[in-house]
Design a protein. Structure first.
Length: 174
């Protein structure tokens, strides 16, 4: 069973707006939104032959939902480069995909309000199933252009090496 540290002075849950995403050993620039990490386990219903009125339930297969990453459009080509590993226009007949290294393990880190690493999750064998290079463009809009990746994955787990930090205490102003 996992051992997690407990910060006895923290009563509030962590906020969802301080996070970073890392792959290939570096942080990915500008990620502004990460969808939820969600795992679903199928329910297998069965009954015993001598007990016709009662169903029993047990766990079946588990699946991990795709993860979507969003960020503002910039000149950083990290999203497009990864998406092109699965399909690359103009690569030539029979070589549109590079199945050698299209999967990546990624790390999603959550920080506390003081900017200290509080939680991290490792996502295993992710690959791009959907890539949006540009959003709908609208001359009458006032918004940031967002690109996105939809990542299929084969599971995730909490990084137990990341322990809850002791939060800094502000000095008295008086």
């Amino acid at each position: 069973m996992a051992q997690f540290s407990v910060n006895a002075t923290r009563f509030d849950p962590y906020k969802n707006f301080k996070f970073r995403v890392r792959w290939d050993g570096r942080f990915v620039a500008g990620v502004s939104k990460v969808s939820a990490l969600k795992r679903t386990t199928e329910v297998v219903e069965h009954r015993e032959g001598g007990d016709p009125s009662t169903s029993r339930k047990s766990p079946g297969r588990s699946k991990f939902e795709p993860i979507t990453l969003e960020r503002g459009v910039t000149h950083d080509a990290a999203f497009e480069a990864w998406a092109s590993k699965v399909w690359n226009f103009g690569a030539g007949l029979g070589s549109e995909a590079s199945l050698k290294d299209f999967r990546k393990d990624i790390i999603i880190e959550l920080y506390n309000e003081a900017g200290q690493l509080a939680l991290a999750y490792k996502v295993f064998r992710a690959w791009v199933s959907e890539y949006q290079a540009l959003p709908d463009l609208d001359a009458n809009a006032n918004a940031v252009a967002i690109q996105s990746l939809k990542l299929e994955n084969e599971g995730w787990e909490r990084d137990e090496a990341v322990v809850e930090p002791s939060e800094p205490q502000l000095g008295d102003a008086g």
